[in-house]
Design a protein around this ligand. Sequence first.
Ligand code: S3P
Length: 426
Amino acid sequence: MLRVQPTNQIKGTIRVPGDKSISHRAVMFGALAKGTTTIEGFLPGADCLSTIGCFQQMGIQIEQKGDRVTVQGQGWFGLQEPTARLDVGNSGTTIRLMAGIMATQPFHVVMEGDESIAKRPMRRVIGPLRQMGAKIDGRKDGEYTPLSIRGGQLQGMSYESPVASAQVKSAILLAGLQAEGETSVTEPHLSRDHTERMLQAFGVHVERDGLTVRVKGGQELQGRAIHVPGDISSAAFLIAAVMMVPGSSLLIENVGINPSRTGIIDVVKAMGGSLELLNERVVNEEPVADLLVTYSRLQGIEIAGDIIPRLIDEIPVIAVMATQANGQTVIRDAQELKVKETDRIATVVSQLSKFGANIVPTDDGMIIEGSAKLNGAVIDSMGDHRIGMAMAIAGLVAEGETVIENDEAINVSFPGFAELLQRISQ
Ligand code: S3P
């Protein structure tokens, strides 16, 4: 149980844990590469530890101490058939990206995870992989876990994805790396492009043409050193806290600012918030900066269209921030929220309503009235890390104590969240 008290001010210079998306990919690509990969700034959260566990079960030597990881890659076909099911825990990125990798392997695996994973749609990945020739099955004709995969020789293809999903795009591209001929994925909007960037860092040739990414089959990865920047999705909770508590300011160092992830920065600025990027640099093909965030009275806005995939994971905390802005905030085109760790339209609305916020769900988003007076509440994370953290941030401006039940979910992406919040709250 996490107890949160209202705070007078947020101040300090901090770092947030490593980027979740980049940490997963560093372990996976390291395991598939030839030679050693060292990772610094790795996120030792439950999701990324699930990825490590899966590759260890397939015979890959991986040593992890805090945020440092060493992976002894054996080449793409150096994995061994596991003797037990692979457990992906709560991690959608693990199961969906690995589905693409497993589809190329000359053996059989079964993958499954927790109760949340069992409800999440898998056919968006399984469907195109089957079209490439993969033998994959699962409950409800491959829609749900457990997934059973017998890999083999695949055919390259051109896939038009109906959703802007980096997990779908990555699974197909990874399968394409060992398929016959060329594989391309075209998305309706650009989703995060960490796979494309990191594959290049591992020596793979990747072509981009607008919303289409293309790879040729038969490419090998070469092990290397990877530095993972701080996760902008984790920084988002603290940015929101600063924008809600008058007089606050924070310097958040070493945050990844890949343009496919920076919707939160654009939204904060569009709402009138002061957010400066300092010390911009590029590390392993990924742009990084220090973020200087200063309290500003925000204005409600409309958030829709192309920006949605660039801030999809930040919507729970954007909704919280919007309760303290002037006027109304409307979020549209975000139906993907329904298939995250929880149905985040439903869980954001149900939990934020407990504080007395004026928020209503819509088919593809939510409408939030600003200038709300929040009252401390007893919240359930519903097993969703981002719901737990977003509601803890609401607790900073609520009157009285807020209690977050099932707060252990926060470890999925932000170990040390409660301690960090305590340290910067004056
Ligand atoms: C992720 C992609 C996104 C995001 C998730 C991480 C990734 O999911 O919500 O937290 O690392 O590729 P979708 O691909 O389902 O949009």
